[in-house]
Ligand binder design. Structure first.
Ligand code: GDP
Length: 195
């Protein structure tokens, strides 16, 4: 995909009303620090439109990026921030749940997990949630540059089992450093735009 324009069009906090968009939306979720901002910047071919967090867990909003007036990339709040209070965690969960349940324009949901680690309980819950509301989440295994190629299959297997994903679930290894997997993610967006 060629990025002609991209704008952060809407930012929703916990009490904001979600926008009623008339373009397809693709949503990205993942725990805080998983590399979501870096991925979104890579997709948009921008250095720092999505804020790469020096302080994990700080940006707890849903951000809608309008790309080319063709599609919205929706950046969901990073969950599972260890220092968050119980109340904050509940609020983020609610925001994500409300978004997934109410937007009519969601055409794909991506769940980011770190390729090096066994998925957390939060990751698993998010995957189950996405499936429960009727999506087939596409899993993005981030920071793929941090493992050896020879470990790839093993790590993908750990992710699949840890999330309780079946064999049909797509898992895309991705690195914002090497751009491995970026083409695949852009192809998904192109498919959404074309449909
Ligand atoms: P977010 O909290 O999920 O938005 O994560 P960020 O994009 O802010 O990234 C968190 C940290 O991981 C930052 O220090 C990034 O530089 C680093 N990071 C993100 N993506 C990658 C990647 O693909 N490879 C490596 N090695 N580091 C990454």
């Amino acid at each position: 995909m060629v990025i002609r324009s991209c704008n952060l069009e809407t930012v929703c906090g916990p009490t904001s009303t979600l926008p009623k968009n008339d373009l397809p939306e693709v949503a990205f979720a993942g725990k805080s620090n998983v590399g979501k901002s870096s991925l979104i910047n890579a997709v948009m071919n921008r250095k720092s439109l999505a804020r790469v967090s020096a302080q994990p867990g700080k940006t707890q909003t849903i951000n809608f990026y309008n790309i080319n007036d063709e599609i919205y990339v929706v950046d969901l709040p990073g969950y599972g921030f260890a220092k968050a209070s119980e109340k904050e965690r509940e609020r983020w969960g609610k925001m994500i749940e409300t978004y997934l349940n109410t937007s009519d324009m969601i055409r794909a949901v991506f769940l980011l997990v770190d390729i090096r680690h066994t998925p957390s309980a939060n990751d698993k819950q998010m995957f189950e949630w996405m499936a429960y509301v009727g999506y087939d989440p596409i899993v993005i295994a981030t920071k793929a540059d941090k493992i050896k190629r020879s470990q790839l299959d093993k790590q993908i297997k750990i992710l699949r089992e840890g999330l309780g994903a079946d064999k049909d679930t797509i898992i895309v290894p991705f690195s914002s450093q090497t751009k491995q997997g970026l083409d695949t993610i852009q192809d998904f967006l192109d498919q959404v735009i074309e449909n």
